[in-house]
Design a protein around this ligand. Structure first.
Ligand code: ZN
Length: 195
């Protein structure tokens, strides 16, 4: 049977939308299980300037788990932050921002009383590329069909060997949900910050 597109109004892909067949094709990989919830040393592998929807400075961050033994699940696991939440705006709950939390996990702090500019934030963020920082992660699974989030590793079943499974059925629709590791807390290494 012919694959008939004559009755559908279609547009062509833009150059940005096209698969680039001049490069080698990348097949889909296995789902990568997140390491167990807890504290790890991360390494920043990509950091890109972005604009938050409110027009303020934000960034897209990719960091990998750097410090679990090579035979343990999770080394090299990637955790992402996007400019929707990773930005310089003060938190509703603390006199802090998640970008400042991230900078302080690298030991980078603005002077007391200073009012850093976007350029100063950009310069500070630029210093973190490739560097290591401590942070904790939590597990979250998201069901697109139900728009519901399953929070916490303890909400996922245990395997026979005692390790935690990264997949479980959605509580509502029973579709399989996969856990992802998400940053919970950047741990400050600025002297005087520790509680
Ligand atoms: Zn569901």
């Amino acid at each position: 049977m012919p694959f008939d597109i004559s009755g559908i109004q279609l547009r062509d892909l833009t150059p940005e939308e096209r698969v680039d067949f001049s490069k080698s094709y990348e097949v889909a990989g296995e789902y990568q299980a997140p390491p167990e919830e807890g504290q790890y040393l991360f390494q920043t592998t990509a950091l890109k300037a972005a604009k938050h929807k409110e027009g303020i400075l934000a960034a897209d961050l990719t960091a990998v788990v750097a410090d679990v033994a090579s035979n343990t699940q999770g080394k090299g696991y990637k955790v992402y932050e996007n400019g929707g939440i990773f930005n310089i705006k003060r938190s509703k709950f603390r006199n802090a921002s998640n970008v400042d939390d991230y900078l302080r996990s690298h030991g980078i702090a603005f002077d007391p009383g200073s009012t850093p500019t976007n350029a100063e934030y950009a310069q500070a963020l630029g210093l973190t590329e490739g560097r290591f920082f401590p942070a904790t992660i939590v597990w979250e699974g998201y069901c697109k069909d139900c728009d519901s989030t399953i929070k916490g590793m303890d909400q996922f079943p245990k395997n026979a060997d005692g390790t935690r499974s990264y997949r479980r059925p959605c509580a509502t629709c029973k579709k399989e949900v996969f856990a992802r590791g998400k940053f919970k807390r950047y741990i400050s290494t600025v002297p005087g910050d520790q509680k």
